[in-house]
Design a protein around this ligand. Sequence first.
Ligand code: ADP
Ligand code: MG
Length: 622
Amino acid sequence: MALMQIAEPGESTAPHQHRLAVGIDLGTTNSLVATVKSGAAEVLLNHDSQPLLPSVVRYLKDQTVVGAEAKAAQAIDPQNTIVSVKRFMGRGIADVAKYGALPYKFIDAPGMVKIETTAGVKSPVDVSADILRVLRIQAEEALAGELVGAVITVPAYFDDAQRQATKDAANIAGINVLRLLNEPTAAAIAYGLDNESKGTFAVFDLGGGTFDISILKLTKGVFEVLATNGDSSLGGDDFDQAIGAHWRKQLGLASADHGDTRRLLMKAREVKEMLTTQVNAESTLKLSYGQEFKLRLSQDEFWAMTQALVQRSLQPVKKALRDAKLGVADIDGIVMVGGATRMLHVQRAVTEFFGKPTLNNLDPDKVVALGAAIQANALAGNRTGEDLLLLDVIPLSLGLETMGGLAEKVIPRNSTIPIARAQEFTTYKDGQTAMAIHVVQGERELVKDCRSLAKFELRGIPPMVAGAARIQVTFQVDADGLLSVAARETVSGVSTQIEVKPSYGLSDNEIAEMLKASFSHAKDDADARVLSEEKVDAVRLIEAVQAAIKRDGDTLLDTAERAEILAAIAALTPMIETADARTIKAQVAELSRTTENFAARRMDRSVADALKGKRVEDMQSL
Ligand code: ADP
Ligand code: MG
């Protein structure tokens, strides 16, 4: 018997200890866990000896069932069997309503929806944690040891709330998150694209219910996400639906029974998957009341009835290329991800679109987990040499509200993360001791058209004249895409800061809508900005003139001059609310003109005051 080395807990058995780390693809339809063994990434099999764990959780009174068994119960216990929970992560009730009729009892909770089940109220974070816990235990059993941590993948478009929700779920499941990694980046790593010297890659990910396209650029081993786009309601499920609808019509099926519909769709899926390797497929459908139907479909029929779905996936691809300012010829490689990219007509359409063959020699439904495993292995310190530093982008600009309801962008959209940007602001009023900081997200010029992320106040600014305080606001987005904002008055050093965890997230559709609105409103927005700036100027000037009159009006103004200035103010004041930018600007100029002489006399006097009492000798050095 060989002697085993034993170390105290916490003590290292260095130099060659391998630290157990895994990559987890927490998918909408399927989840899986992978690790690097003897230098190669591999997916760990679950209790059913399957690589894929269906992302389905069924809650019974005193038991939680996860995976294939839960999925099988979907038709008989829809209310307590949660599928595609990923779509609810970090989302409010209004977002979830957009998915159409779902069999769950949703509860409108602050921040994120919750679901009422026989086992009590569950949040999407709890449900995801239940899936992750199964994967963790599976990994610990397979690897016979405790994990130091995991890299968990998320869609590139996931926002702060969705990323934070994913991290929270991992914590509940007892997993130390080494970092979150964007799914397309993970896929690129699995293909070893990070070893190339440089290149631009498209990652085409068609999963069960969602489609994502990402354009990645690699320079010196560093990935940058140039653009992302997608369709949150396009996936393999839609192909099942198309087949199901076809059979219903063909066979004159009228059953509205929920269970029968499920059974029909399961058959559709089975046949769809068969048609990637054979030209004809058939199966048998048994309905709830015992009736049986023979189901048949040929590859040609299937391709014809779903050609429109395939074409639909190319629209976001075009948009992403446009956003990245690239043409198809600029793409060096196309990575196929997601089980639905196994379909031959999908592969053909993508190959034709890019005019070159796709990378598809790894299992498309495993590639994300494999890449995550490679990254986890590197982060756990098992890899010698240079570690990967991966860059991603933020999908929408982040900024602050400034005077007049304007949005000032601090970090523009598509900036690579991690990133920190600081911008200086100043006070607007004399003696102002507090400043409200409103963090917004979006591309539009006016705050009311952007999304509010957080509000906080910087207090204790020493009283100074307007414009003298120097308030530095720093935005920091970490490698996981989480934002924190800090504000500091640099003269006095008072500071405050906030972690921004928006109450709930935006869907990719909403992001697309916000972007579209910013393009279509570009002219209106620019006009609105000019108007708002003129208004701010007008208010500022009136306040300054009134303050000057109060201080020096009695001694430096004659009656006629004072009357002229007051008339100019009286004319300008109502304009601020009602007039257009040009009118306001003209009257601001007029008010400035009436105060020119007064301002000059105030200037002379303050110079004289400054010189008063000084001796001739002192003055020579001035
Ligand atoms: P997700 O990323 O949403 O978790 P997956 O990448 O696991 O999803 O993809 C699931 C989808 O892939 C399902 O719609 C499934 O039917 C489809 N799929 C899996 N294998 C095949 C196949 N051989 N042919 C066609 N579609 C397939
Ligand atoms: Mg996936």
